[in-house]
Write a protein that binds this ligand. Structure first.
Ligand code: ATP
Ligand code: ATP
Ligand code: MG
Ligand code: MG
Length: 878
């Protein structure tokens, strides 16, 4: 077997609207193409031996063991690989359940689709599944050691890509609330929401977290001063920079016991508490000095360690942190007890798990010594032995939830402290014997205020209730789901996407908002081009959705991007489908028009239930998408008698119609006449019917997004099929004696559309300069020839410079063949070079004629026309 291609989907896609994270593997079964599993000796047995847990896969029989039954009876290898890839991920705790496998148009080549949780792990699982199955097919088994290695690698991928626990909690909470999120490319920044509505977080700091507050909190001494000035109890202490000052500092705080810590440390680094002698103090000073220049000398207060978490001005959780410790059983040594504790699967390294392993350090031995113990002492039953002085979870401590116990006065104090420091999210460390009594009464102190506090201790305390602190953060950032979004309008179809996208963006601009839009020509924000190029895939859409200035996103959504990656967003507010016609067939395993329709319907289906699918009622494949979408439907039609649309309106639906020369929107009993097409420059004075259709679609999409009729009208009136606004889409030039039209039609459907305009040209000869992109099928070129013969009186057949792999001259031959089939005596010639072909056509254009150029390069064609002296670009012709 051979993997031909692996694609990673990340949004609604051809295979599923709901399952976004899919791997699509194009697989050549090679020698196994003819062998269903029952015909491969020992395959079933080998597979069961390697992965007995496949028993859990139901598959089509719908019961336990269902899939293995299929393997026994005989199923194709692609299907088996799908299940193995899923199972490998399941085995390492990455849930993956969805899969599909189908044979492509090429016999023996399959598309194997399966879900992933982690991209890299998903791709790896696919490759491992192929290895595993190939090995069993060849040798009857897959070595256990290799399987172990595969699983280990998968675990490593998961670990390496995992978000920190606090971040993870926040994004999970966002997902629960329907708020989109994405990782940005630097500094672990996460974006929540889209465009201008976005917020950012970095661990538990947000874009609202003030830098002054953070810096103040990071400077423990400064924090204490500000709090002391506000009357908050803080440890008495001072900061020194030299060992020489240590003695005096100890005296100043009133002598031992003391605490020595770095001014800007965290996670308990460099901190020593409960210091009782000069020699301890000296080495503690050195330890602190390694972390920061300034060293805090402070009175030691006895009491339990509490963390009070304040989000958005409110106390949302309180945890008591208990330093790393073990409890005796009367039999084991302390070393054994530590080992035992660390074997808890909940304990990992650093911050990765709910708890962290206990690591012994300098202070651990000091503590043991003070308790008269060593690592090899047997600890009496139920006796607690502390191994760390500070209670940080990251040094092996545990947390106990105390949220319900905190005294109201302490709540008030905590909330006031956070305001005083100036943080939207903060963790306050309080040392007191009893958090249920006012700190003042217990002689407690506020040790520090933490910016970016960890959430682990509140989300997964070892004892007590888990607190949804991440939920509080998301609620602070967004009033509701709506507040996290900007309207997304996604436009697809075989033809007219770019034109409609631009028109729609232009109409929306009348609302005064900043529009971000992507097209085949480039990505734009507001009035400006951000990036030129074919930007109809998810990356460009991402760029728009990440842009903090964008208030409305209008996205041309082409087949290639949907196939390669899926959509860039989970749902849109409006999904427009213009038409489905034959183009690009045979590419990317989309071999027929029904498959193409299914692909484009992703745009109609991935719409919020309260959004709209804007569908072309005149195209049966598009109209049929209404069945599949959960969103509201809005139809547009060129046919004012359309029964489908009449029925729809009768039922209270909304639609856009071309009626009596007007673009109108009908809703229930209401008819809003928006504009006469003659006043809509894009429609070439009403002579380009397909442009009327595009205008209907754009007007309707804007209307369902509450753009006013006046604004839609203003947009339609001022949008021109000009070189600047729609290069290559119906750009008409007046060259004095004759006209030239540059258009980008390149498939049968758009040829026909263009023909409908050219046929309305009554004044003189109609000359076509035609060709098509080389990667289309032979029959497509013949069709183009036939269509051209029906439109023009004279034709020059040319080819693209880039033949996309086709032999030079072959496309032109096929087009000529088509011409001859329809009109054997039509005047045509072949000039393969596009520049020469265009020049020839322009040179020989008779008076009053129309030269229609369908170029590979729009800019070059326009240049050649403009080189002919004074030319007027005609924007609106009667
Ligand atoms: P973290 O980042 O985990 O909050 P940190 O490195 O910033 O820790 P501190 O919070 O200043 O360090 O101190 C860690 C712990 O040491 C405190 O939570 C408290 O239990 C204890 N501690 C610090 N200073 C004192 C003090 N003056 N008296 C008593 N205990 C103290
Ligand atoms: P591409 O797939 O190349 O990006 P597109 O879908 O973005 O194309 P446009 O660039 O808007 O389409 O238009 C390309 C050509 O298709 C136009 O120049 C015109 O000839 C034709 N066309 C435009 N709108 C329609 C339509 N609604 N129906 C049929 N043909 C159309
Ligand atoms: Mg602290
Ligand atoms: Mg386009």
């Amino acid at each position: 077997m051979r993997i031909l291609k692996i694609q990673t989907l990340r949004g609604p896609n051809y295979w599923s609207i709901r399952r976004h994270k899919l791997i699509v593997m194009r697989l050549d079964l090679e020698n196994l193409a003819e062998s269903p599993s029952n015909e491969i000796p020992g395959f079933y047995e080998g597979l069961v031996e390697a992965l007995p847990s496949l028993e859990g896969h139901y598959c089509s029989p719908g019961c336990r063991g269902g899939f293995l039954m299929r393997v026994k009876e005989g199923t194709m290898m692609g299907h088996i690989i799908e299940h193995v890839a899923l199972e490998l991920q399941e085995l390492v705790g990455m849930p993956a359940a969805f899969g599909r496998t189908r044979e492509t148009g090429t016999p023996g080549i399959y598309q194997v689709v399966f879900e992933y949780e982690n991209e890299e792990a998903g791709r790896y699982a696919g490759r491992a599944a192929v290895r595993l199955c190939q090995s069993i097919a060849d040798r009857g088994r897959y070595p256990q050691a290799e399987l172990e290695q595969d699983l280990q690698d998968l675990r490593d991928f998961a670990r390496d890509s995992a978000l920190g626990p606090s971040t993870e909690a926040i994004v999970k909470e966002a997902e629960k609330k329907g708020i989109p999120w994405m990782t940005l490319d630097a500094r672990f920044l996460i974006q929540l929401g889209y465009g201008a509505s976005q917020k950012r977080i970095q661990a538990t700091m947000t874009n609202n977290t003030g830098i002054l507050g953070v810096e103040l909190a990071c400077d423990k001494e400064a924090t204490k001063r500000i709090l002391a000035a506000a009357g908050v109890p803080v440890p008495r202490g001072s900061v020194i920079n030299f060992l020489d000052d240590l003695e005096e500092a100890i005296e100043y705080v009133g002598g031992y016991p003391i605490v020595i810590k770095p001014v800007d440390g965290n996670h308990g680094r460099g901190i020593t508490i409960d210091i009782r002698s000069w020699s301890e103090a000296e080495s503690a000073y050195d330890a602190a000095r390694q972390v920061s220049r300034g060293v805090i000398i402070e009175k030691y207060y006895t009491g339990r360690d509490h963390r009070v978490l304040v989000v958005d001005g409110k106390v949302v959780a309180v945890a008591e942190r208990v330093p790393a410790h073990v409890v005796g059983d009367g039999k084991s040594t302390i070393a054994e007890l530590v080992e035992d504790t660390n074997s808890d699967p909940n304990r990992g390294e650093g911050h990765e798990s709910v708890l962290t392993k206990i690591e012994l350090d300098r202070t651990s031995y000091q503590l043991l010594e003070r308790q008269g113990l060593t690592l090899s002492s047997i600890l009496p039953k139920d006796k607690t032995c502390y191994l760390r002085a500070t209670a940080n979870l990251s040094t092996g401590g545990i947390a106990v939830d105390r949220t319900d116990e905190i005294h109201p006065e302490n709540v008030w104090m905590a909330q006031r402290i956070v305001k005083t420091i100036g943080l939207d999210i903060a963790g306050i460390d309080v040392v007191t014997n009893d958090i249920s009594r006012p700190v003042r009464e217990t002689d407690g102190v506020i040790v520090e205020v933490n910016a970016a506090p960890g959430f682990r201790m509140h989300i997964s305390p070892s004892y007590g209730t888990s607190r949804n602190v991440a939920g509080a953060v998301v609620d602070m950032l967004f009033k509701n789901e709506q507040a996290s979004r900007v309207p997304i309008l996604s436009v697809t179809g075989t033809n007219g996407k770019t034109t409609t996208t631009r028109l729609l963006a232009h109409i929306f601009r009348q609302t005064g908002k900043v529009i971000g839009y992507t097209t085949t020509d480039g990505t734009y924000v507001g009035e400006y081009l951000v990036e030129s190029g074919d930007n109809t895939g998810p990356q460009s859409a991402q760029l728009i959705l990440q842009d903090p200035t964008v208030q409305v996103a209008v996205l041309e959504t082409a087949r290639g991007g949907i196939l390669r990656c899926g959509l860039a967003f989970e749902s849109s507010n409006v999904g427009v489908v213009l038409n489905v016609a034959a183009d690009h067939l045979g590419l990317g395993d989309i071999d027929n028009i029904d498959q193409l329709g299914h692909l484009k319907s992703v745009v109609a289906e991935a719409v919020y239930p309260d959004g709209y699918a804007v569908l072309n009622a005149d195209d049966p494949r598009v109209a049929a998408m209404a069945e599949k979408t959960k969103a509201n439907i809005a139809y547009f039609t060129m046919n004012s008698d359309s029964q489908l649309v009449r029925d729809h309106i009768q039922k209270g639906g909304v639609a856009a119609l071309y009626e009596n020369g007007y673009i109108s929107i009908l809703k229930g009993d209401w008819t809003h006449r928006i504009e006469k097409v003659e006043n809509i420059p894009l429609t070439m004075g009403g002579r380009a019917p397909f442009m009327i259709a595009n205008a209907l679609a754009a007007s309707l999409a804007a209307f369902v997004q509450n753009v006013t009729i006046e604004q839609i009208r203003a947009g339609l009136n001022t949008f021109r099929a000009s070189v600047s606004q729609t290069p290559g889409r119906m750009n008409l030039f007046n060259l004095g004696n004759y006209h030239a039209l540059v258009d980008y039609a390149h498939n049968p459907h758009s040829y026909e559309a263009l023909g409908s305009f050219v046929k309305n040209w009554n004044s003189g000869q109609r000359i076509g300069v035609v060709g098509g992109p080389g990667d289309r099928r032979d029959e497509d070129f013949v069709t183009l020839g036939k269509l051209a013969a029906g439109i023009f009186e004279k034709i020059i057949v040319k080819e693209d410079d880039d033949t996309r792999g086709r032999a030079r001259g072959s496309a032109a031959e096929l087009i000529s063949k088509g011409i001859k089939q329809v009109k054997p005596d039509l005047s045509y010639e072949m000039i393969l070079d596009e520049t020469q072909a265009i020049n020839k056509a322009l040179d020989s254009a008779p008076d009053n004629s129309l030269v229609v150029i369908l170029p590979e390069s729009i800019t070059r064609a326009i240049k050649l026309i403009k080189a002919r002296g004074v030319v007027k670009e005609e924007l609106q012709q009667q």
